[in-house]
Write a protein that binds this ligand. Structure first.
Ligand SMILES: Cc1cc2nc3c(=O)[nH]c(=O)nc-3n(C[C@H](O)[C@H](O)[C@H](O)COP(=O)(O)OP(=O)(O)OC[C@H]3O[C@@H](n4cnc5c(N)ncnc54)[C@H](O)[C@@H]3O)c2cc1C
Length: 350
C-alpha cells in the first residue's frame, strides 16, 4: 500500500529506518535491560533530523505533521518500542504549545524542541485522575506575576529526562467549564522534583515517573495561551493529535514481531523442511501481515484527519487569543469535519 504515500512520507520512512537499523536496533537491548535513558540514541535521532518532524516550519520544524510523525514513530518502534515512545512523547508534550500557546511561547519553545535541545513531557494524569482527567486536584494559585503550584502528577513519560513539562492544574476550582489551565514548568524550578520512578515491564528505556510540586513558583508568562481556563480543552486537543502516534507504536511493534516470526519460520526446520513451507504456518503469517497492514492504513487515515484539524487550530490560534478566537476555532474545526465535544464531563479513555 506504499503507493498511497507521498515522496515526503517515503523520505521520512527511509531516514527513520536508517537510524533505527544502524543505531536503535543494536543498542535497544542494552538500555531496555538497564532501564536507562539512551542519550546516545536520542543524539542519533537528533543528528538524523528526526526531532521536530511534526513542528511547523515557521517554528523551526520540518512541517511534516502528524502523518510523518507516525511514520517515524512506526519505524523506530519496529526496532524498539521504548525508543518509539521516547521520541513520540516529545510530540505529546509539545502539542499543547502548538494548539494553545501564545505566539511568544511558540517562538520561545518550539524551535528548541525541533532541534532536540529541549525535551518535553506531558503532565495530565494524577493518582486519582486517569481516564477522568478533569477530576485532577493539582492546584495553581496566582500570586502577582507567578502561579504557585502544589500537588503531584502520575505516570509522567520522559519525566526526569525532560527539560520542560506541560502541567495541567486547577486554577479555578469553582468553575465548571474553565477549571483547568496548563503551565509550562522548567526543570530545576524550585519546588519541583521527580518522585517515584516506575519499574516497568516494557518501554523501559524511557522513564515514567511521578512529579511533585510544593509551592513551585511558575512565571505567569508560562501560562499556556496567556489566559487561564483553557487547559482541559488544550489537553483534549493534544490527545486527539497524539493518539495516532500511540497507535503507530503498536503498528511498528507488530511489524517488527511479524518480521521476526518470518525469519524464525524460515530458519526452524521440522520433518526435514522449514516450518514456513507448511500451509498452516503460511496462513498464520499471511493473517498477521493482513492485520498489520490494515492497522497501518487505519493509523495513516487517522493521522491525515489529525493533520487537517491541526491546520485549523493553528490558523485560529495565531490570529487571536481571546475568548472570541476559541469560538471561531470551534467553528473552523467543525467545518473541517472534526467535532471536538470537549465539555467538563468528557472522559478520557486512553
Ligand atoms: C506507561 C504509561 C505511561 C504514561 N504516560 C503518561 C504521560 O506521559 N502523561 C500523562 O498525563 N499520563 C500518562 N499515563 C497515564 C495514562 O494516560 C492513564 O493510565 C490513562 O489515562 C488511564 O488512567 P488509569 O491508568 O488511571 O486508569 P483508570 O482511569 O483507573 O481506568 C481503569 C479501567 O477502567 C476503564 N474506565 C475508566 N472510565 C471508564 C468509563 N467511564 N467507562 C468505561 N470504562 C472506563 C478504563 O478503560 C480502564 O480499563 C501513562 C500511563 C502508563 C501506563
Amino acid at each position: 500500500m506504499d503507493f498511497l504515500l507521498t515522496e515526503e512520507n517515503r523520505m521520512w520512512r527511509a531516514r527513520a529506518r536508517d537510524v533505527a537499523e544502524k543505531v536503535v536496533r543494536p543498542l535497544s537491548w542494552k538500555y531496555d535491560r538497564l532501564q536507562q535513558y539512551p542519550w546516545e540514541i536520542k543524539d542519533a535521532l537528533v543528528e538524523a533530523g528526526l526531532f521536530g518532524v511534526w513542528i511547523p516550519k515557521e517554528y523551526g520544524g520540518h512541517g511534516g505533521g502528524v502523518l510523518n510523525l507516525c511514520i517515524v514513530v512506526e519505524e523506530l518502534s519496529r526496532c524498539c518500542g521504548g525508543v518509539g515512545v521516547l521520541f513520540a512523547v516529545n510530540a505529546l508534550g509539545s502539542f499543547p504549545i502548538l494548539v494553545g500557546g501564545t505566539e511568544e511561547q511558540k517562538k520561545k519553545w518550539l524551535p528548541r524542541i525541533a532541534q532536540g535541545k529541549t525535551l518535553i513531557a506531558f503532565g495530565l494524569s494524577e493518582k486519582n485522575a486517569g481516564s477522568d482527567a478533569g477530576g485532577m486536584s493539582c492546584r495553581a494559585t496566582q500570586d502577582g506575576e507567578h502561579y504557585v503550584l502544589n500537588g503531584a502528577k502520575k505516570w509522567n513519560t520522559n519525566g526526569g529526562a525532560a527539560d520542560l513539562y506541560s502541567i495541567f492544574c486547577v486554577t479555578d476550582p469553582e468553575s465548571k467549564s474553565r477549571r483547568i489551565s496548563a503551565l509550562l514548568v522548567e526543570k530545576g524550578t524550585p519546588g519541583f522534583k521527580i518522585g517515584k520512578v516506575e519499574d516497568k515491564m516494557g518501554i523501559r528505556c524511557v522513564p515514567v515517573v511521578e512529579l511533585e510540586f510544593e509551592n513551585c513558583r511558575v512565571p505567569r508568562a508560562n501560562l499556556l495561551g496567556g489566559e487561564p481556563g483553557y487547559g482541559f480543552r488544550h489537553s483534549m486537543q493534544t490527545l486527539d493529535l497524539a493518539r495516532p502516534g500511540v497507535a503507530a507504536q503498536a503498528v511498528g511493534l507488530a511489524t517488527g514481531a511479524l518480521e521476526l516470526a518470518q525469519v524464525y519460520a524460515n530458519k526452524r526446520e521440522q520433518f526435514g523442511a522449514p516450518i514456513s513451507s507448511f500451509q498452516m504456518v503460511q496462513a498464520m503469517l499471511a493473517d498477521m501481515a493482513t492485520k498489520v497492514e490494515a492497522a497501518r492504513q487505519l493509523v495513516y487515515a487517522a493521522a491525515r484527519a489529525a493533520d487537517t484539524v491541526t491546520c485549523a487550530i493553528i490558523r485560529s490560534r495565531s490570529s487571536c487569543a481571546t475568548r472570541r478566537s476559541f469560538r471561531s476555532t470551534k467553528a473552523r474545526i467543525r467545518s473541517s469535519g472534526w467535532s471536538s465535544r470537549e465539555t467538563s464531563s468528557r472522559r478520557r479513555t486512553s
